[in-house]
Design a protein around this ligand. Structure first.
Ligand code: 13P
Length: 278
């Protein structure tokens, strides 16, 4: 089964009234676990990594593994750069064969976000790759210590942003945040509905960890076609590793490795089942 463009999977999600899961990975075990879950569910997925995560998981090691995993998977898999911040990283990801890139210009003034996203659009077009943009500020943090304050996407500006940049999908801020939520989030479905009514571009929900099944379903009914899950997979891997090392006197890598992959597999499988929206 091929490595596919992310637009293909967004179209699949649109046609099936569901969302495609975009699962963040940071090592080989996470890739193995996520792909195994997708194959077992016979469902396409997106494997993604954020630019800031490359401090721990370098691009030159992760990119070949992710692309190869996609090419060898039994289901369609897109490989995506999550939260691209620099043109350098975006260009490198495209050279490695990522089929999709995100430019996170959410902290920039509106016009600057548009201008930079347009540049990424032009670069991605040279490779036939998909582009995700972001408008509004998703809370929490994505791989650093800075915690961003939530700023909901302005529905009136969303259409202008999509038309001027030509993005294939738009990440929205509706009260969602990266990382574990301290309390159950109150998502602004009124804002999402307003964006959905104005914009024809598929919408993306970041900060999937900790969002309830019911909220996911409601978000899908209002145009969310890609949902990002990171923290829940990292936590599932760490939990399994902890349990294994605490319950054996002689921990060995060859038992630990599949045990870590299993944690991610369980988490990805659980989320795929919800995102299928059946
Ligand atoms: P979580 O870490 O909250 O699952 O967010 C994932 C995400 O949105 C990655 O961009």
């Amino acid at each position: 089964m091929p490595l596919v463009k992310m637009t293909e999977l967004l179209g699949w999600a649109e046609n099936n009234n569901c969302a495609v899961g975009a699962f963040s990975v940071g090592n080989m075990e996470m890739i193995i676990g996520a792909v195994k879950a997708a194959e077992e569910m016979n469902t396409p997925i997106i494997l993604q990594i954020a630019e800031k995560r490359m401090k721990q998981s370098p691009m030159h090691l992760m990119a070949p593994m992710m692309v190869s995993a996609a090419k060898n998977a039994k289901v369609p898999v897109a490989v995506h750069l999550d939260h691209g911040l620099t043109m350098d990283c975006i260009k490198t990801a495209l050279e490695y064969g990522f089929t999709s890139v995100m430019l996170d210009g959410s902290l920039l003034p509106f016009e600057e976000n548009i201008e930079l996203t347009k540049k990424v659009r032009a670069e991605a077009d040279r490779y036939g790759a998909t582009v995700e943009g972001e408008l509004g500020v998703v809370g929490g943090n994505e791989g650093d210590t800075a915690v961003h304050k939530i700023q909901c996407t302005d529905p009136a500006k969303a259409l202008e942003f999509c038309e001027k940049t030509g993005v294939d999908c738009l990440a929205v801020a509706i009260g969602n945040a990266h990382g574990n939520y301290p309390v159950l989030p109150e998502l602004r479905f009124d804002v999402l509905e307003d964006i959905y009514k104005r914009v024809y571009t598929p919408l993306v929900l970041h900060g999937g960890t900790g969002i309830t099944d019911e909220m996911f379903r409601r978000a899908i009914s209002l145009g969310i076609r890609k949902i990002n899950i990171a923290t829940a997979s990292f936590d599932a891997l760490a939990k399994n590793a902890k349990e294994y090392t605490e319950t054996t006197d002689k921990p060995d890598y060859f038992t630990l490795s599949p045990c870590m992959a299993e944690g991610v597999y369980e988490n990805v499988k659980k989320h795929i089942a919800i995102f299928l929206n059946k």
